[in-house]
Structure formats: structure tokens, C-alpha cells
Design a protein around this ligand. Structure first.
Ligand SMILES: Cc1cc2nc3c(=O)[nH]c(=O)nc-3n(C[C@H](O)[C@H](O)[C@H](O)COP(=O)(O)O)c2cc1C
Length: 338
């Protein structure tokens, strides 16, 4: 497996999927250390970014810009935008590429702009955004064309679903439309919007998209082990895989897959080292967002990491009731010393 995207080459095509509320800078960094070759930001609203530029509110603090912030060594990493209006999408993409927007703290330019055409959340879909675009390949293509036209150097990538409804799995038509419009890579989450996140991915649809377009195709859905990844690659011929929930609490999944692709055995870090990883992630979260936000957002990460430890339910309960990252670290150190 190898992916070429602009002047970037990904040896194994191993990507961390975007997850709003999860794939912040700290978690992306940990995943990169564990073998993710490409990461994507949490989604951000193109329209919100554009409106914020003209905000005249006193003491204005951007809520959108921090989502696009990349660390100085965070390359290659895409910033993902959502929206339904080509003009806003193009304007936001241009601002993100040139790092020219209010509240920008990004230290490097994104490697690509990714367009969200898969989000199933009602609030997004009812605005015609996210997976609602699956209902209109023509509009989807217009958006890609506008974004591509607005970008000077970096490529545009697209993340789609198998279809909107189970009756109309139109991923092939969508993929052809967006590739024709200029998308340089297409990720296919092999579920329909109707399925939301319910079990049952359709590997056949990834295989059909792969056959239908000439740009790299990345498969996504239900990868929780190297075996799952290799199976998807074998069954579909996809050029790479994108992992979302399977990386939560298990960023080492990327190393495990890379080793399997190289025909090597992967030995997971020992438990103590895994606990040290989450403690490091907590510190990075505090640096990034401040103690208050980090303490609230880190709980779920800790709960994912400690899944399967002795008395996990009791520990999880303590984690959820914790009030500071200091308390979370103490719980982790206690688990580690048992
Ligand atoms: C909590 C959560 C947040 C997500 N946020 C985004 C997002 O911001 N953008 C996006 O394209 N997909 C998002 N997704 C979808 C994932 O990127 C991925 O397509 C989906 O979870 C299927 O992959 P998986 O089976 O490996 O989890 C999100 C998924 C989850 C569970």
C-alpha cells in the first residue's frame, strides 16, 4: 500500500480519521508517534470561519480557529471543513491554506483541505451539509471545484459515505463526480447515513469506488485490529485505511497494522508504558486548552485507555467523577502501580 497525495507519500496509507471532540492536537500527536502517517483535524464550519472574519464583537474569541491549529511538526495533516455553499467553502479553504484568518495559531500550513460529506448528525444534515451532500453529487462536485480553484498549492480531499439511504448507495457516482471536479483523494466510510454508526460495513462499495476512480481511495469503517485493516485492503484493493473509533484508547493500532503490512510481529507496549502515554496526552491537552477544558475532555480518553483493566467499571466511575487532570493522573498512577 502506498499513497501519493500532492508531493506527499504515505508508505502504508495509514490515516487517523477526523473525530469531532476526540482528535484534538494532543491525540493526533500521540497517534502520529504510534504510526499514523496522516491525520485530519476535527471538522470545522466553513461559514463560521468566514463570518468570524467580520465579527466586530468586543473581546471576540474564535471558537473555530483553534480547531484548525496544527503543531509545527504536524505534517502531513489535513484540516476538514463542512458546509454546503461553494463560495463559503472556497473562501474558508483559501484562508486556511494561507493561514490568514482571525485567531490563527497554526504553526504550519495544512497538507490538504478535506471536505466532510459524511457527517450524519441531524443539525448538520438539516442544513444540507455533511452527508446531505450525498444526495446531490452535482452540488458536491461544485463545492470541490470551488475549493480546488481557491487553493494555490495544496490538494483537496473528500470524505464520503456509501450513500445517504440504504436504498441508494451512490458512492460510486459521488466519487466519480468529486474526482472529476478535482479531488485528489477520496475516503469512503462504508456505511450509509441511514445506518449512522450501526454495525455492518459494505466492503463491496469501497471496492466499487476503487475501480471507478483514478485517485487514491481510502477505506474506512470498523477497523479495530491489524486483521481488520488487512482484510479491508485485501477485499477492496483500497490504497489506505482511515481509523476512527479503533484508535480511541489504542493509538498503537497504527503500528500494529504497519508491522502486519511489513510481515513483522508487533509487540504492544507494556501496560505501564501505555498508562504513561495517556498521562503525556493529558499534559498536552492542558497545554493546548487549559486545565478546565482539558479536565472535562480528557475523561473519555482515560476511560477508553483503561478499558479492560482490573475493576474497569469502578475505575471508570472514578474517572467520570474526577474534577481535575491532577486527579485523573493520580487514578492512572494508581492503576499503573497495581
Ligand atoms: C465521536 C465521533 C466524531 C466524528 N467526527 C467526525 C468529523 O468531524 N468529521 C468526519 O468526517 N467524520 C467524523 N466522524 C466519523 C469518523 O471519521 C469515521 O468515518 C466513522 O467513525 C467510521 O469509522 P470507524 O468505524 O473507524 O469509527 C466521527 C465519528 C465519531 C465516532
Amino acid at each position: 500500500m502506498q499513497i501519493k497525495l500532492g508531493n506527499i507519500t504515505l508508505k502504508h496509507g495509514l490515516m487517523l480519521a477526523p473525530m469531532a471532540g476526540v482528535t484534538d492536537k494532543a491525540f493526533r500527536k500521540i497517534c502520529r508517534e504510534c504510526g499514523a502517517e496522516f491525520t485530519v483535524s476535527e471538522m470545522l464550519s466553513a461559514k463560521a470561519l468566514c463570518y468570524e472574519q467580520v465579527s466586530k464583537k468586543a473581546g471576540f474569541e474564535s471558537k473555530t480557529a483553534p480547531l484548525a491549529a496544527l503543531d509545527c511538526d504536524e505534517h502531513p495533516s489535513a484540516v476538514q471543513i463542512f458546509g454546503s455553499e461553494p463560495s463559503f467553502m472556497a473562501e474558508a479553504a483559501a484562508q486556511l491554506e494561507s493561514l490568514d484568518y482571525k485567531g490563527c495559531t497554526s504553526q504550519i500550513r495544512p497538507a490538504a483541505i478535506d471536505i466532510n460529506m459524511g457527517c450524519p448528525v441531524h443539525k448538520i444534515v438539516s442544513n444540507g451539509e455533511g452527508s446531505a451532500l450525498m444526495k446531490s453529487p452535482t452540488l458536491a462536485a461544485d463545492i470541490v471545484r470551488a475549493v480546488k480553484g481557491a487553493l494555490r498549492e495544496i490538494p483537496v480531499t473528500v470524505k464520503i459515505r456509501a450513500g445517504f439511504s440504504n436504498e441508494n448507495k451512490n458512492a460510486v457516482e459521488m466519487a466519480q463526480a468529486v474526482a472529476e471536479a478535482g479531488a485528489s483523494l477520496i475516503c469512503v466510510h462504508a456505511r450509509t447515513r441511514e445506518q449512522m454508526y450501526n454495525p455492518g460495513i459494505d466492503l463491496g462499495i469501497i471496492a466499487s469506488v476503487k475501480e471507478a476512480v483514478n485517485v487514491p481511495v481510502v477505506g474506512n469503517g470498523d477497523i479495530y485490529s491489524a486483521a481488520d485493516a488487512l482484510n479491508m485492503m485485501k477485499q477492496t484493493g483500497c490504497d489506505g485505511v482511515m481509523i476512527a473509533r479503533g484508535a480511541r484508547g489504542n493509538p498503537w493500532i497504527f503500528s500494529e497494522i504497519a508491522a502486519a503490512l511489513d510481515g513483522e510481529e508487533y509487540i504492544y507496549p507494556v501496560f505501564e508504558d501505555r498508562m504513561d502515554t495517556i498521562i503525556r496526552q493529558l499534559h498536552m491537552m492542558v497545554d493546548e486548552k487549559g486545565e478546565r477544558t482539558a479536565a472535562a475532555e480528557a475523561k473519555k480518553h482515560v476511560a477508553w485507555y483503561i478499558k479492560g483493566v482490573r475493576d474497569a467499571a469502578g475505575m471508570r466511575d472514578r474517572v467520570m467523577k474526577s474534577e481535575s487532570t491532577r486527579e485523573l493522573c493520580d487514578i492512572l498512577l494508581e492503576i499503573k502501580s497495581k
